[in-house]
Design a protein around this ligand. Structure first.
Ligand code: GLN
Length: 207
């Protein structure tokens, strides 16, 4: 199977995410074609979407101006997977507490930007993530804190007692940057771990 993946390419580490998606696909014996999204019109062709880190105010303004925001909302409404990292998660959240970010309400979480504190603006931590056998080397860069999660949200990982990786239906969101190491297990988890329908089935079985 060939997976068509779109990476929002407004800003941020786009090529690292593209490489991580390709590695995750290759590990599954599959192929990924990655499109860099700068304008409206490409998202509808994508099976999966990646919303990278960067500066959430800039990403928000640009995707709204280009009309990409509505396409991303439609992608998720169709049950197609998204991985949203750091600033990407801020844009995907329900509420970022900042008027300059028009959140898309794809993940039922409230986040606070840059809330991990100055002395820890940037750090790496081995993170236990639900569904992964070994800790994930998580790189945090001026990362948002997830302040609260809605009822339908699964917390996949916590750091310092706070959620830093969550899943809300087809969307996986991380406070950290999973593309900055060679480890592509988070991309695998978001894009290749079962179809969204299978995941819904599991959620339903869990009650
Ligand atoms: N601090 C950035 C913001 O609030 C996010 C940082 C990042 O994506 N690494 O938009």
């Amino acid at each position: 199977m060939t997976l068509t993946a779109g990476v929002l390419a407004v800003q941020g580490d786009v090529s690292e995410h593209a490489a991580a998606i390709e590695r995750a696909a290759a590990a599954r014996g599959e192929e990924a074609v990655v499109h860099e999204i700068r304008h409206a019109g490409t998202v509808p062709d994508c099976d999966v979407l990646l919303m990278p880190g960067g500066e959430s105010t800039t990403i928000s303004t640009t995707i709204a101006r280009e009309g990409i925001d509505e396409e991303v909302v439609a992608h998720v409404a169709a049950g197609k997977p998204v991985l949203a990292t750091c600033a990407g998660l801020i844009v995907a959240s329900r509420d970022a507490g900042d008027d300059r970010v028009a959140t898309l309400d794809l993940v039922d979480v409230r986040v606070e930007r840059n809330a991990f504190g100055r002395q820890r603006d940037s750090f790496q931590a081995p993170l236990d993530v639900a569904g992964l056998d070994e800790p994930f080397p998580a790189v945090f860069i001026r990362a948002p804190v997830i302040e609260s999660v809605g009822e339908g949200v699964d917390v996949l990982a916590t750091w310092d007692g706070r959620p830093v990786a969550v899943r809300d239906g087809p969307v996986v969101g991380t406070s950290f940057h999973p593309e900055l190491t060679e480890d592509s297990r988070l991309h695998d988890l978001a894009f290749f771990e079962g179809t969204p329908a299978e995941r819904d089935g599991v959620a339903a079985a869990d009650g």
